[in-house]
Design a protein around this ligand. Structure first.
Ligand code: ADP
Ligand SMILES: N[C@@H](CCOP(=O)(O)O)C(=O)O
Length: 318
């Protein structure tokens, strides 16, 4: 459960009074997510999401994220906008944290996506990449390839408390990946965390894309790689469903295009994506406050994926 900061009914009532959204009827903390505190808020007029930005979100980056949401929503992509209060502001202070009241989107996050659903996710990702062609703001990827070795060093031998082989697996993975990391290639604004839990589905169709708080400017195909690593495996990272991975690529190819040369880059980009999530999960495993209502995510689910991509080479991307 991701609620790091408690919001009292009084504080929530005061917040809602700044907006033209009706009166508070009920609110409850949302079980999913690990980064921010999220509440489902019902008023007598509609349902909303209240997000309080926590650990990894720098308040200085919020204008970038919120402008991106507005940009994509203006182009009819299914992303939620942050509402504006009567004074025009989108970011408020709630219980000492920066916070936004966000449009609620229907749909469910999947645990076991089918190929048809993965195809829709690939289509949506390609549509987003097209839609950001005229999005001018930029944001460096603070969890990009340059950050992985320093994060590994900061975790150090504490990694072995998670698993005795974790330190050496990550060291080998970094050695295999970083020297081959692409230095050029198409760059654009990317979501950078398009896991199934950040896509709301209705049947086989994408009804919402949420959680843009890692969005940044980086290699476009790295976004596809992150999505491949998160959609194509079971939660433990043990079994790869190649039909799901292929359908994801097929959807992306249909909406954006995917050349043979670009497919050849995907193995190394997927290895990088595995390192990124194994490292941040490991860091969080070692550093999550004991009193936080959050379910930590298993870093080994990403070292298993890393081993898969290292062994499989180009085969999953043909
Ligand atoms: N705009 C939204 N509409 C509907 N549900 C949402 C929306 N934003 C978040 N949620 C729900 O809240 C959960 C956590 O949100 P998320 O942004 O993924 O949190 P975190 O930033 O902590 O990862 C999601 O899995 C989803 O169930
Ligand atoms: N998707 C990342 C962690 C970020 O969590 P999210 O709830 O914001 O998607 C992971 O699974 O490690």
């Amino acid at each position: 459960m991701a609620v790091y900061t408690h919001v009292s009914a009084e504080a929530l009532g005061q917040l809602l009074a700044r907006y033209d959204v009706g009166d508070l009827v009920s609110s409850k903390g949302i079980a999913e997510g690990v980064e921010n505190s999220n509440y489902l808020v019902d008023t007598d007029r509609a349902r909303f999401i209240l997000t309080l930005y926590e650990k990894r979100v720098d308040a200085g980056d919020l204008p970038f994220f919120l402008a991106l949401l507005d940009h994509l929503a203006d182009r009819r992509l299914p992303v939620p906008r942050a509402l504006r209060a009567r004074d025009g502001t989108q970011v408020q202070q709630v219980a000492g944290r920066p916070a936004c009241l966000i449009e609620y989107l229907p749909g469910v996050s999947l645990s076991h996506p089918t190929p048809a659903q993965a195809r829709s996710a690939g289509l949506a990702l390609g549509q987003m990449h097209k839609a950001v062609a005229d999005f001018a703001p930029t944001r460096p990827n603070t969890l990009g390839a340059d950050s992985w070795a320093p994060l590994f060093t900061r975790c150090g031998r504490d990694l072995d408390a998670i698993d005795p082989a974790l330190h050496d697996m990550l060291a080998e993975g970094l050695d295999a990946t970083l020297p081959a990391w692409p230095t050029d290639g198409d760059r654009c604004t990317i979501h950078a965390d398009l896991f199934p839990d950040n896509v709301l589905m209705l049947g086989d169709a994408v009804a919402g894309v949420i959680d843009f708080y890692f969005a940044c400017t980086d290699l476009r195909l790295y976004d596809l790689a992150v999505t491949h690593t998160s959609w194509s495996f079971d939660a433990t990272g043990t079994t790869c469903d190649l039909a799901v991975g292929s359908a994801l690529l097929e959807g992306y190819a249909a909406s954006y295009g995917l050349s043979p040369a670009e497919r050849q880059l995907l193995p190394i980009l997927c290895m990088g994506a595995c390192l990124r999530f194994a490292l941040t999960r490991a860091w969080d495993w070692l550093n999550t406050p004991a009193n936080a209502l959050v379910t930590r995510k298993d870093p080994l689910a990403y070292t298993r994926r890393l081993a898969f991509y290292r062994a499989a080479g180009a085969a999953p991307f043909a």
